[in-house]
Design a protein around this ligand. Structure first.
Ligand SMILES: [Zn+2]
Length: 240
């Protein structure tokens, strides 16, 4: 122990995934940081005085934080938090807030601790920027559904919209298809099919979004895509 550094100070961008009250005046934060991935950090005195961290400890904004890591300690200590990219517009729109809350919850539960995850981090940033500019509940739904499909791909659980996951048969471009997200993708008719049926166009749009494209899904696609995302996260990460 003597040869190890007493502590290490780390500066990074971060998103606040969750805040839980702790003791008289502290908060325990779950942060998705750009440099370290998902970490938990103790914010001392955060509830007592707003001087210390100001209004930075709200979700939706990108924060610039400084963390102290002590060898052997489970929690980081939050030394400083500043608003890096504020997104107050999200807090004024209920559909935007709900969509943001859902996506932050997905990542909080699915991301492994202390593993840098630039993909999920980047797609949350994109989603939060879209939500803060979104003009309607429909636009929020589309942005959330697209983030979800792309998150599955980033986590290695991408849904295959192009071939049957049981027999490997490729769907023709003009073919509709039925999808079982928990099993990973299309299930062709000879393999028994699945309950959720997608038109050929919806299937192609979702395939492109799962591969990283954005602003492609229609408002009608969004509920189906969201159902698929939640079924896949439920199957892989136990998220309901
Ligand atoms: Zn098949």
């Amino acid at each position: 122990m003597a040869s190890r550094k007493a502590s290490a100070r780390i500066a990074t961008e971060a998103l606040l995934l969750r805040r839980v009250e702790y003791g008289e005046s502290d908060l325990v934060l779950t942060l998705l940081t750009l440099r370290l991935g998902k970490v938990s950090a103790l914010a001392r005195g955060a509830r007592k005085s707003s001087k210390r961290f100001g209004s930075a400890l709200e979700p939706m904004h990108t924060l610039a934080v400084e963390l102290d890591e002590r060898p052997g300690a489970e929690l980081f200590t939050l030394l400083e938090a500043k608003l890096h990219v504020p997104r107050a517009a999200i807090l004024r729109s209920l559909p935007a807030m709900e969509a943001a809350g859902k996506a932050l919850g997905w990542v909080r539960r699915a991301a492994p601790p202390r593993t840098p995850e630039p993909g999920p981090y980047g797609l949350l940033i994109t989603l939060l920027d879209r939500l803060s500019a979104a003009a309607s509940a429909e636009a929020c739904g589309v942005a959330l559904a697209e983030a979800g499909l792309s998150l599955l791909t980033e986590l290695g659980w991408g849904i295959d919209f192009e071939r049957c996951v049981r027999c490997g048969r490729q769907a023709l471009p003009q073919q509709s298809g039925s999808v079982d997200a928990a099993r990973g993708g299309l299930i062709c008719r000879s393999c028994g099919g699945a309950r959720l049926r997608l038109s050929a166009d919806a299937r192609r749009r979702m395939a492109a979004v799962a591969a990283g494209a954005t602003e492609l899904l229609t408002p009608d696609d969004a509920p189906d895509a969201l159902r698929l995302v939640e079924a896949a996260l439920g199957a892989h990460a136990g998220i309901e």
